[in-house]
Design a binder for this molecule. Sequence first.
Ligand SMILES: [Zn+2]
Length: 329
Amino acid sequence: MKQKQELYRLAAKELADRRRHAEEEYARRVEQISRQMPEYALCRHTLIGTRDRLSQIILQSGEKREKAIAALRAENTAAQEKINRLLTDHGYPADYLETPYTCPICRDTGMLANGRVCACLKKLQSDLMLSELAKAHVLQGCGFGDFSLSYYPTQTDRETGVVPADHMGQILDFCRHYADGFSPRSDSLLFLGKTGLGKTHLSLAIAQEAAKNGYLVQYGTAQEHLRQLEREHFSREQSTDTLDGLLDCDLLIIDDLGSEFPSSFTTAMIYQLIDTRLAHGKPTIISTNLSWQELEERYAQRVVSRLSSSYINLRFVGQDIRQQKRFDG
Ligand SMILES: [Zn+2]
């Protein structure tokens, strides 16, 4: 997935393309209308002339100044009205000769007069983030609205003592709130539970919401992240882009912790990701099928203690859909 600067660069380029396109289109329309309606050229000449004279008069002082300004404004308005009439008489919309910016509010600059970022730029950035996420992962059917509680038993589970449908309903609500209020200072989450209980679904749902709000999300299984890190670490290029990207993004999601090939490198990397992001107060969502005992056997005690004490632990319960089918059969 592309880094934040790269996404900002792409958004800025898109805005520049929109501006250029709008200005070229404006020039084309002026030429077209000038050819079709010779009177237009005269009106345009008047408009440009009044604007030039107005800027000179404004700098002067004296009694006549106000009168001169009013006269020029009237001349300008008359010329503008005449142009509008000419356009509509020939079947064009009255605003045909305004520069057709995609966003008239910021004139495709992405910035407002008060120095704030325009909504169109925020939308552009979030679209780019989402499309980056969608390139690597199937997002269809993985929104909050697609999460069905009907797969979860409504009877008390003997092992955990909870009603899975109710418990998962609470987890779903929690994740929705988490996604709605997501910020780069949000808590880190640990999704625990067996396969087929919706951990990937809910982490993808959160990833999509965060990306929609313009946050940079790095999503992947532990195996995918670590393969990339290994490739980077053992290549001759001495780049740290992948590692920096995982450490710096607004939300890091490590799905299926334990799916990676166990080695001293992968274990050290997992610790570095968890520890560095916690130290900088950046949120991470980790899901795993491993039990606490399995986590302890596989990772250093310091990894397990960070996960149990600094992450909000959510236990997914219920039965794997495949398993349910086997019982039904
Ligand atoms: Zn705008």
